[in-house]
Design a protein around this ligand. Structure first.
Ligand SMILES: [Zn+2]
Length: 157
């Protein structure tokens, strides 16, 4: 496990707040690191999320596609998918589809995920207000950079 702030090895995980303590994704190595923790900047978790099976991945990707279609910011959707265990290659495919405007519109896929507790809330992003369409090419490029950061981070030994 590595510290999400300074990337040092974590022996005794410290979390920034009660929410992070529940999520257990963003461990810090010390109280000092926990104090400088910024969820926007330190969003790559301390350990790679557990792998999910192909069916689950397909389903989560469809939900992500639906969120993108509804105008959620691509960077936020990409982070949620990666944290949910969707593989970078599947996320990349979705981003490419978004740029082409051909992402899934199958709303039926979204129903089960709403009933899945914390993971559903994580993916569905319950607290996020629907704003204007954020699928501008710039936002898609930002999301792609986030994806590249993730891939580079977990490619390291
Ligand atoms: Zn640290």
């Amino acid at each position: 496990m590595t510290c999400v702030v300074c990337r040092a090895a974590v022996t005794e995980p410290v979390f920034a707040n009660a929410w992070e303590k529940t999520r257990k994704l963003s461990a810090c190595c010390s109280a000092a690191c926990a104090q400088t923790f910024d969820p926007d900047q330190h969003w790559i978790p301390s350990t790679r999320p557990a792998a999910i099976d192909h069916m689950e991945e397909t389903r989560l990707s469809r939900v992500g596609g639906e969120r993108l279609r509804k105008g959620d910011r691509p960077g936020v959707v990409v982070r949620d998918l990666l944290l949910g265990g969707v593989s970078p290659s599947a996320v990349r495919k979705l981003l490419t589809a978004t740029k082409l405007g051909s992402e899934s519109t199958d709303i039926a896929d979204m129903v089960p995920i709403r009933q899945q507790g914390w993971l559903g809330r994580l993916i569905y992003g319950a607290a996020r207000a629907a704003g204007p369409d954020e699928r501008t090419p710039e936002h898609v490029d930002d999301a792609r950079r986030d994806l590249d950061r993730w891939t580079a981070h977990f490619a390291r030994p």
